[in-house]
Design a protein around this ligand. Sequence first.
Ligand SMILES: Nc1ncnc2c1ncn2[C@@H]1O[C@H](COP(=O)(O)OP(=O)(O)OP(=O)(O)O)[C@@H](O)[C@H]1O
Ligand SMILES: [Mg+2]
Length: 318
Amino acid sequence: MIVTVTLNPALDLTYAVDALVPHGTHRVAAAAERPGGKGLNVARVLHALGEPVLATGLLGGATGDRVGHLLADEGVRSSFVRIGGETRRTVAVVDRADATGFWEPGPTVTPGEWSLFVAEFRELLGPATVVTLSGSLPPGLPIDAYATLIALASAADVPTVLDTSGPALLAGLRATPSMAKPNIDELGALLSRRPGPKGLADAVRGLATGPVVVSRGSAGLLAITADEVWECAPPVDVAGNPTGAGDACVAALARGLRDRTPWPALLPDAVALAAAAVAAPVAGAFDAEVYRRTRATAAPAVAALAMPEGGNHAGTHR
Ligand SMILES: Nc1ncnc2c1ncn2[C@@H]1O[C@H](COP(=O)(O)OP(=O)(O)OP(=O)(O)O)[C@@H](O)[C@H]1O
Ligand SMILES: [Mg+2]
């Protein structure tokens, strides 16, 4: 099974209002709650694809209970470690024009709770085929928390996909995940200057020894390895909700890692699933018809840039 790690999950609340007016009181026309956090989106997408998946991470308080119940209602299997703090909420207020978000930081995790999680993670590595590590770290966790989990997974020969940002991404990359999936802005934030296409590959190789799949919104994906660069763009620009498209991408990459799918087939699959996620109104879901259609029409990934001498075009990533 694919294990998805979400250390800072959330209860996502969405309030629909007519028009958001600062300082005003609003009648909420509709309120929805969903399990939130990038790793939970990955788990929900994999579950909808019919893949065996187990969601793990940290949950606490009544809000954590609610997230657990909502996941179970969707049929997603989970095994979370309980913490003393309260799982955070995110609130999105959506009106006719736009959405306004309020993100709580998350509970502070104690060193003892982190040790309990690491012990649980070691257990889950037994049945795991791939591990995904997504999203921000809650307060209290060491900045190299993902690096610790990646090292444990590597020692157990379980491949990993890392999708986070900032110092947690930088520290995680040092542990060489099987793949990292930053978006272009997250990657740019780690670089002193924003390079052009050729410079980007060199800059990524300066940060990471393993493959990095850079997502670039509607421009698609770029996979940068030690000696290759593969590129794949969606055949059409999809209108919809791009939040969670990167998480769908991670779901496809995790499945492809498990199946050892080579880059020319792996990237179009990830591009198609991400496009289908844009077409679905909420994060963690995808439009099955858009997935099928885009997969049928997406061109295979192409080797994008001249390779250094000695490189090969085999297209395998493990
Ligand atoms: N408008 C779009 N049409 C088609 N495909 C899209 C569109 N927007 C995004 N995608 C696909 O989704 C992938 C991931 O998008 P993006 O780079 O925005 O990820 P992200 O910022 O990590 O998203 P998130 O973290 O919210 O899940 C892109 O590489 C692309 O393949
Ligand atoms: Mg993302």
